[in-house]
Design a protein around this ligand. Structure first.
Ligand code: SF4
Length: 387
Protein backbone atom coordinates (compact mmCIF):
# COMPACT_ATOMS: atom_id res chain seq x y z
CA UNK A 1 0.00 0.00 0.00
CA UNK A 2 2.44 2.67 1.15
CA UNK A 3 4.82 3.44 -1.75
CA UNK A 4 7.70 4.57 0.48
CA UNK A 5 7.54 1.28 2.37
CA UNK A 6 7.18 -0.77 -0.84
CA UNK A 7 10.39 0.79 -2.16
CA UNK A 8 12.49 0.81 1.04
CA UNK A 9 11.02 -2.10 3.05
CA UNK A 10 11.80 -0.18 6.24
CA UNK A 11 9.35 -0.11 9.14
CA UNK A 12 10.11 3.61 9.60
CA UNK A 13 8.58 4.26 6.18
CA UNK A 14 5.20 2.69 6.90
CA UNK A 15 1.88 4.42 7.53
CA UNK A 16 1.88 2.68 10.93
CA UNK A 17 5.20 4.26 11.96
CA UNK A 18 3.99 7.70 10.94
CA UNK A 19 0.70 7.36 12.79
CA UNK A 20 2.49 5.97 15.86
CA UNK A 21 5.06 8.73 16.12
CA UNK A 22 2.38 11.39 15.77
CA UNK A 23 0.32 9.78 18.53
CA UNK A 24 3.36 9.38 20.80
CA UNK A 25 4.54 12.95 20.39
CA UNK A 26 1.10 14.50 20.70
CA UNK A 27 0.31 12.58 23.91
CA UNK A 28 3.76 12.60 25.57
CA UNK A 29 5.59 15.69 24.36
CA UNK A 30 6.56 18.26 26.98
CA UNK A 31 6.89 21.05 24.38
CA UNK A 32 4.16 23.71 24.09
CA UNK A 33 3.95 22.78 20.38
CA UNK A 34 4.04 18.96 20.38
CA UNK A 35 4.37 18.89 16.58
CA UNK A 36 7.72 20.69 16.54
CA UNK A 37 9.90 17.60 16.93
CA UNK A 38 12.53 16.73 14.33
CA UNK A 39 11.89 13.04 15.11
CA UNK A 40 8.43 13.47 13.54
CA UNK A 41 9.97 15.26 10.56
CA UNK A 42 12.35 12.36 10.06
CA UNK A 43 9.51 9.82 9.93
CA UNK A 44 7.18 12.03 7.86
CA UNK A 45 9.82 12.97 5.29
CA UNK A 46 9.14 10.13 2.85
CA UNK A 47 5.36 10.25 3.06
CA UNK A 48 4.34 11.22 -0.47
CA UNK A 49 0.89 12.42 0.57
CA UNK A 50 -0.59 9.99 -1.95
CA UNK A 51 -3.66 9.05 0.16
CA UNK A 52 -3.09 5.36 -0.54
CA UNK A 53 -3.69 4.74 3.17
CA UNK A 54 -6.99 6.61 3.11
CA UNK A 55 -8.54 4.08 0.75
CA UNK A 56 -6.56 0.94 1.54
CA UNK A 57 -5.80 1.01 5.27
CA UNK A 58 -8.48 -0.95 7.18
CA UNK A 59 -8.53 1.86 9.78
CA UNK A 60 -8.92 4.51 7.03
CA UNK A 61 -5.99 6.55 8.34
CA UNK A 62 -5.60 9.58 6.10
CA UNK A 63 -1.92 10.17 6.69
CA UNK A 64 -1.71 12.71 3.88
CA UNK A 65 -4.14 14.98 5.73
CA UNK A 66 -2.41 14.37 9.08
CA UNK A 67 0.89 15.27 7.44
CA UNK A 68 -0.55 18.55 6.16
CA UNK A 69 -1.65 19.47 9.69
CA UNK A 70 1.65 18.35 11.24
CA UNK A 71 3.66 20.33 8.70
CA UNK A 72 1.54 23.43 9.29
CA UNK A 73 2.17 23.20 13.06
CA UNK A 74 5.86 22.38 12.59
CA UNK A 75 6.43 25.38 10.30
CA UNK A 76 4.73 27.66 12.84
CA UNK A 77 7.67 27.08 15.13
CA UNK A 78 10.50 26.34 12.71
CA UNK A 79 9.62 28.66 9.81
CA UNK A 80 8.71 27.79 6.23
CA UNK A 81 11.68 26.80 4.02
CA UNK A 82 12.22 28.64 0.72
CA UNK A 83 11.47 25.54 -1.37
CA UNK A 84 8.11 24.98 0.33
CA UNK A 85 7.22 28.62 -0.34
CA UNK A 86 8.20 28.28 -3.99
CA UNK A 87 6.22 25.06 -4.42
CA UNK A 88 3.21 26.47 -2.57
CA UNK A 89 3.24 29.47 -4.89
CA UNK A 90 3.27 27.21 -7.96
CA UNK A 91 0.55 29.18 -9.75
CA UNK A 92 2.40 32.47 -9.36
CA UNK A 93 5.64 30.85 -10.54
CA UNK A 94 3.92 29.39 -13.61
CA UNK A 95 2.23 32.71 -14.36
CA UNK A 96 5.62 34.44 -14.37
CA UNK A 97 7.20 31.62 -16.42
CA UNK A 98 4.38 31.81 -18.98
CA UNK A 99 5.28 35.45 -19.72
CA UNK A 100 8.65 34.32 -21.10
CA UNK A 101 8.65 30.53 -21.54
CA UNK A 102 11.95 30.73 -23.46
CA UNK A 103 13.70 32.12 -20.35
CA UNK A 104 12.13 29.41 -18.18
CA UNK A 105 13.44 26.74 -20.57
CA UNK A 106 16.85 28.39 -20.95
CA UNK A 107 17.43 28.72 -17.22
CA UNK A 108 15.96 25.32 -16.27
CA UNK A 109 19.19 24.19 -14.55
CA UNK A 110 19.35 27.36 -12.47
CA UNK A 111 15.67 27.08 -11.54
CA UNK A 112 16.26 23.52 -10.34
CA UNK A 113 19.28 24.62 -8.31
CA UNK A 114 17.38 27.49 -6.65
CA UNK A 115 14.32 25.38 -5.92
CA UNK A 116 16.31 22.39 -4.63
CA UNK A 117 15.06 20.17 -7.44
CA UNK A 118 17.01 17.19 -8.81
CA UNK A 119 19.05 18.02 -11.92
CA UNK A 120 18.02 14.63 -13.38
CA UNK A 121 14.34 15.57 -13.31
CA UNK A 122 12.82 17.39 -16.28
CA UNK A 123 10.78 20.50 -15.52
CA UNK A 124 7.15 20.69 -16.64
CA UNK A 125 6.68 22.52 -19.94
CA UNK A 126 5.16 26.02 -19.78
CA UNK A 127 3.35 27.95 -22.48
CA UNK A 128 2.03 31.46 -22.87
CA UNK A 129 -0.98 30.03 -24.74
CA UNK A 130 -2.83 28.90 -21.64
CA UNK A 131 -6.08 26.99 -21.41
CA UNK A 132 -7.81 30.02 -19.84
CA UNK A 133 -6.67 32.37 -22.62
CA UNK A 134 -7.96 29.90 -25.21
CA UNK A 135 -11.33 29.66 -23.49
CA UNK A 136 -11.72 33.43 -23.14
CA UNK A 137 -10.42 34.40 -26.60
CA UNK A 138 -11.22 31.51 -28.90
CA UNK A 139 -14.13 29.53 -27.49
CA UNK A 140 -17.77 30.44 -27.68
CA UNK A 141 -20.03 28.27 -25.53
CA UNK A 142 -23.15 26.97 -27.21
CA UNK A 143 -26.51 27.58 -25.62
CA UNK A 144 -27.93 24.35 -24.25
CA UNK A 145 -30.18 23.00 -21.51
CA UNK A 146 -27.24 20.74 -20.52
CA UNK A 147 -24.72 23.04 -18.78
CA UNK A 148 -21.54 22.53 -16.77
CA UNK A 149 -18.98 24.84 -15.22
CA UNK A 150 -15.40 23.97 -16.07
CA UNK A 151 -12.64 24.31 -13.46
CA UNK A 152 -9.49 25.56 -15.20
CA UNK A 153 -6.87 24.21 -12.82
CA UNK A 154 -3.46 25.75 -12.38
CA UNK A 155 -1.56 22.67 -13.58
CA UNK A 156 -3.20 22.01 -16.94
CA UNK A 157 -3.68 25.73 -17.53
CA UNK A 158 0.07 26.32 -17.82
CA UNK A 159 1.62 22.89 -18.30
CA UNK A 160 -0.71 20.94 -20.60
CA UNK A 161 -3.39 23.35 -21.85
CA UNK A 162 -4.13 21.09 -24.83
CA UNK A 163 -5.74 18.55 -22.47
CA UNK A 164 -7.98 21.20 -20.92
CA UNK A 165 -8.90 22.46 -24.39
CA UNK A 166 -9.70 18.90 -25.52
CA UNK A 167 -12.01 18.55 -22.52
CA UNK A 168 -13.95 21.70 -23.36
CA UNK A 169 -14.17 20.66 -27.05
CA UNK A 170 -15.39 17.18 -26.06
CA UNK A 171 -18.11 18.53 -23.77
CA UNK A 172 -19.13 21.07 -26.41
CA UNK A 173 -19.40 18.40 -29.13
CA UNK A 174 -21.51 16.33 -26.76
CA UNK A 175 -23.96 19.24 -26.60
CA UNK A 176 -23.04 20.79 -23.23
CA UNK A 177 -22.92 24.49 -22.60
CA UNK A 178 -19.45 24.78 -21.11
CA UNK A 179 -19.43 27.79 -18.78
CA UNK A 180 -16.49 29.36 -17.00
CA UNK A 181 -16.33 31.92 -14.21
CA UNK A 182 -13.07 33.44 -13.10
CA UNK A 183 -11.99 31.48 -10.01
CA UNK A 184 -8.98 31.03 -7.75
CA UNK A 185 -6.50 28.17 -8.04
CA UNK A 186 -7.35 24.98 -6.17
CA UNK A 187 -4.79 25.41 -3.39
CA UNK A 188 -3.36 21.92 -3.91
CA UNK A 189 0.25 23.16 -4.01
CA UNK A 190 -0.19 24.95 -0.66
CA UNK A 191 -1.87 21.89 0.85
CA UNK A 192 0.97 19.65 -0.27
CA UNK A 193 3.40 21.74 1.80
CA UNK A 194 1.17 22.23 4.84
CA UNK A 195 0.62 25.92 4.05
CA UNK A 196 -2.92 25.70 5.28
CA UNK A 197 -3.68 29.39 5.78
CA UNK A 198 -3.02 30.09 2.11
CA UNK A 199 -5.02 27.01 1.06
CA UNK A 200 -7.89 28.09 3.30
CA UNK A 201 -7.97 31.56 1.74
CA UNK A 202 -8.26 30.00 -1.73
CA UNK A 203 -10.96 27.60 -0.50
CA UNK A 204 -12.92 30.59 0.86
CA UNK A 205 -12.60 32.43 -2.46
CA UNK A 206 -13.70 29.45 -4.53
CA UNK A 207 -16.62 28.61 -2.26
CA UNK A 208 -17.80 32.24 -2.44
CA UNK A 209 -17.55 32.15 -6.25
CA UNK A 210 -19.27 28.80 -6.77
CA UNK A 211 -21.79 28.55 -3.93
CA UNK A 212 -24.71 30.10 -5.83
CA UNK A 213 -24.06 28.61 -9.26
CA UNK A 214 -23.03 24.99 -8.68
CA UNK A 215 -26.09 22.77 -8.45
CA UNK A 216 -26.92 19.18 -9.51
CA UNK A 217 -28.18 20.69 -12.81
CA UNK A 218 -25.09 22.87 -13.33
CA UNK A 219 -22.21 20.86 -11.83
CA UNK A 220 -18.54 21.76 -11.57
CA UNK A 221 -16.30 19.57 -13.71
CA UNK A 222 -12.50 19.35 -13.48
CA UNK A 223 -9.77 17.42 -15.23
CA UNK A 224 -6.68 17.28 -13.02
CA UNK A 225 -7.58 14.92 -10.13
CA UNK A 226 -5.41 16.55 -7.47
CA UNK A 227 -6.95 19.97 -8.16
CA UNK A 228 -10.66 19.23 -8.58
CA UNK A 229 -10.73 16.73 -5.70
CA UNK A 230 -9.73 19.47 -3.22
CA UNK A 231 -13.37 20.59 -3.48
CA UNK A 232 -14.50 17.19 -2.22
CA UNK A 233 -11.75 16.25 0.22
CA UNK A 234 -10.16 19.36 1.69
CA UNK A 235 -12.46 22.37 1.35
CA UNK A 236 -15.16 21.07 3.72
CA UNK A 237 -12.43 20.40 6.32
CA UNK A 238 -10.72 23.75 5.90
CA UNK A 239 -13.86 25.85 6.38
CA UNK A 240 -16.32 26.42 9.21
CA UNK A 241 -20.02 27.16 9.72
CA UNK A 242 -21.85 28.53 6.66
CA UNK A 243 -18.79 28.28 4.43
CA UNK A 244 -18.39 24.64 5.39
CA UNK A 245 -22.03 23.89 4.53
CA UNK A 246 -21.62 25.70 1.20
CA UNK A 247 -18.41 23.74 0.51
CA UNK A 248 -20.27 20.47 1.17
CA UNK A 249 -23.05 21.46 -1.24
CA UNK A 250 -20.52 22.32 -3.95
CA UNK A 251 -18.64 19.08 -3.28
CA UNK A 252 -21.81 17.06 -3.89
CA UNK A 253 -22.02 18.50 -7.43
CA UNK A 254 -18.29 18.43 -8.27
CA UNK A 255 -16.94 15.76 -10.58
CA UNK A 256 -13.85 14.63 -12.37
CA UNK A 257 -14.55 14.67 -16.10
CA UNK A 258 -14.49 10.85 -16.23
CA UNK A 259 -17.04 10.57 -13.41
CA UNK A 260 -19.25 13.16 -15.07
CA UNK A 261 -19.22 11.45 -18.47
CA UNK A 262 -19.92 8.02 -16.93
CA UNK A 263 -22.84 9.48 -14.97
CA UNK A 264 -24.23 11.14 -18.08
CA UNK A 265 -23.79 7.94 -20.06
CA UNK A 266 -25.75 6.00 -17.43
CA UNK A 267 -28.49 8.62 -17.53
CA UNK A 268 -28.78 8.24 -21.32
CA UNK A 269 -27.65 11.82 -21.97
CA UNK A 270 -24.70 10.87 -24.20
CA UNK A 271 -25.32 9.49 -27.66
CA UNK A 272 -22.90 6.61 -28.18
CA UNK A 273 -23.44 6.90 -31.94
CA UNK A 274 -21.34 10.06 -31.87
CA UNK A 275 -18.29 7.85 -31.37
CA UNK A 276 -16.61 5.62 -33.92
CA UNK A 277 -15.13 2.27 -33.01
CA UNK A 278 -11.49 2.68 -32.01
CA UNK A 279 -10.70 -0.78 -30.66
CA UNK A 280 -7.50 0.46 -29.06
CA UNK A 281 -5.73 -1.50 -26.37
CA UNK A 282 -5.33 0.94 -23.48
CA UNK A 283 -3.17 0.44 -20.41
CA UNK A 284 -4.50 2.70 -17.69
CA UNK A 285 -2.54 4.04 -14.73
CA UNK A 286 -4.69 5.50 -11.95
CA UNK A 287 -3.83 8.73 -10.14
CA UNK A 288 -3.48 8.12 -6.37
CA UNK A 289 -6.12 10.64 -5.34
CA UNK A 290 -8.43 9.47 -8.10
CA UNK A 291 -8.20 5.95 -6.62
CA UNK A 292 -8.56 7.14 -3.02
CA UNK A 293 -11.41 9.64 -3.48
CA UNK A 294 -13.06 8.45 -6.67
CA UNK A 295 -12.57 5.27 -8.69
CA UNK A 296 -11.13 3.99 -11.95
CA UNK A 297 -14.45 2.34 -12.86
CA UNK A 298 -15.88 5.45 -14.62
CA UNK A 299 -12.70 5.77 -16.72
CA UNK A 300 -12.93 2.16 -17.80
CA UNK A 301 -16.64 2.54 -18.53
CA UNK A 302 -16.34 5.57 -20.81
CA UNK A 303 -13.33 4.24 -22.70
CA UNK A 304 -14.97 0.89 -23.36
CA UNK A 305 -18.52 2.07 -24.10
CA UNK A 306 -17.49 5.12 -26.14
CA UNK A 307 -15.08 3.93 -28.80
CA UNK A 308 -15.24 0.22 -27.96
CA UNK A 309 -11.71 0.12 -26.57
CA UNK A 310 -10.16 -2.58 -24.43
CA UNK A 311 -8.91 -1.17 -21.13
CA UNK A 312 -6.47 -2.92 -18.82
CA UNK A 313 -5.60 -1.41 -15.48
CA UNK A 314 -1.89 -1.27 -14.67
CA UNK A 315 -1.52 -2.80 -11.19
CA UNK A 316 0.59 0.14 -10.06
CA UNK A 317 0.25 2.06 -6.83
CA UNK A 318 1.62 5.60 -6.65
CA UNK A 319 3.73 6.58 -9.69
CA UNK A 320 6.31 8.10 -7.32
CA UNK A 321 5.90 11.70 -8.37
CA UNK A 322 3.17 12.86 -5.95
CA UNK A 323 3.14 16.53 -6.88
CA UNK A 324 6.51 18.04 -6.00
CA UNK A 325 7.95 15.02 -4.16
CA UNK A 326 9.59 13.52 -7.25
CA UNK A 327 11.23 16.84 -8.15
CA UNK A 328 12.95 17.32 -4.79
CA UNK A 329 16.63 16.44 -4.98
CA UNK A 330 16.72 14.24 -1.89
CA UNK A 331 13.55 12.40 -3.02
CA UNK A 332 14.30 11.95 -6.72
CA UNK A 333 15.99 8.53 -6.42
CA UNK A 334 13.19 7.11 -4.29
CA UNK A 335 10.63 8.58 -6.67
CA UNK A 336 12.21 6.70 -9.60
CA UNK A 337 12.58 3.55 -7.45
CA UNK A 338 8.80 3.67 -6.78
CA UNK A 339 8.17 4.04 -10.51
CA UNK A 340 10.33 0.99 -11.12
CA UNK A 341 8.24 -1.21 -8.80
CA UNK A 342 5.47 -1.85 -11.36
CA UNK A 343 4.66 1.16 -13.54
CA UNK A 344 7.83 1.61 -15.60
CA UNK A 345 8.52 -2.09 -16.30
CA UNK A 346 4.87 -2.64 -17.32
CA UNK A 347 4.96 0.29 -19.75
CA UNK A 348 8.34 -0.69 -21.20
CA UNK A 349 6.89 -4.10 -22.12
CA UNK A 350 4.07 -2.58 -24.20
CA UNK A 351 4.15 -2.46 -27.98
CA UNK A 352 4.17 1.07 -29.44
CA UNK A 353 0.55 0.77 -30.66
CA UNK A 354 -0.68 0.17 -27.09
CA UNK A 355 -2.01 3.43 -25.65
CA UNK A 356 -0.79 4.45 -22.21
CA UNK A 357 -3.38 6.55 -20.37
CA UNK A 358 -3.20 8.47 -17.10
CA UNK A 359 -5.35 11.27 -15.68
CA UNK A 360 -2.71 13.13 -13.65
CA UNK A 361 -0.22 15.73 -14.92
CA UNK A 362 2.44 14.39 -12.52
CA UNK A 363 1.77 10.78 -13.50
CA UNK A 364 2.25 11.59 -17.19
CA UNK A 365 5.41 13.51 -16.37
CA UNK A 366 6.81 10.62 -14.35
CA UNK A 367 5.95 8.12 -17.12
CA UNK A 368 7.79 10.31 -19.64
CA UNK A 369 10.88 10.66 -17.43
CA UNK A 370 10.92 6.96 -16.48
CA UNK A 371 10.09 5.31 -19.80
CA UNK A 372 10.25 7.94 -22.56
CA UNK A 373 6.62 7.15 -23.49
CA UNK A 374 3.93 9.83 -23.71
CA UNK A 375 0.86 8.96 -21.71
CA UNK A 376 -2.39 10.51 -22.88
CA UNK A 377 -5.39 11.71 -20.93
CA UNK A 378 -8.63 9.70 -21.44
CA UNK A 379 -10.39 12.78 -22.88
CA UNK A 380 -7.84 12.91 -25.70
CA UNK A 381 -8.79 9.34 -26.65
CA UNK A 382 -12.50 10.16 -26.54
CA UNK A 383 -12.17 13.33 -28.57
CA UNK A 384 -10.27 11.39 -31.24
CA UNK A 385 -13.09 8.82 -31.29
CA UNK A 386 -15.78 11.40 -32.01
CA UNK A 387 -17.23 11.38 -35.50
S1 SF4 B 1 -0.13 9.10 2.20
FE1 SF4 B 1 0.87 7.53 0.87
S2 SF4 B 1 3.06 7.67 1.38
FE2 SF4 B 1 1.94 8.71 3.05
S3 SF4 B 1 1.61 7.10 4.58
FE3 SF4 B 1 -0.22 7.12 3.29
S4 SF4 B 1 0.20 5.52 1.73
FE4 SF4 B 1 2.18 6.05 2.69
Amino acid sequence: MCPSYMATRKEKETTRARANILREMITRSDKPNPFAHDEIKDVMDLCLGCKGCKSECPSNVDLAKLKQEWQYQYYKEKGVPLRSRLIGNFELGMRLASVAPWAYNLFGGLIKLTAGFAQGRSLPGVTSKTWKKWYLNEFKPRSSDKAVYIFIDELLNFNEPEIGISTVKLLDKLGYEVRFVNHASSGRSFLSKGLLEQAKNLAKKNVAIFKDIITPETPLVGVEPSAILTFRDEYPDLLRDEEKEAAKRIAASTFMIEEFLAKELDAGRIDINLFKEQKKLIKLHGHCQQKALSSLTPVKKILTKLGNNEVHMIASGCCGMAGSFGYEKEHFDLSMQIGELVLFPTIRKQATEVVIAAAGVSCRHQIKDGTGRRAVHPVEILLEAMI
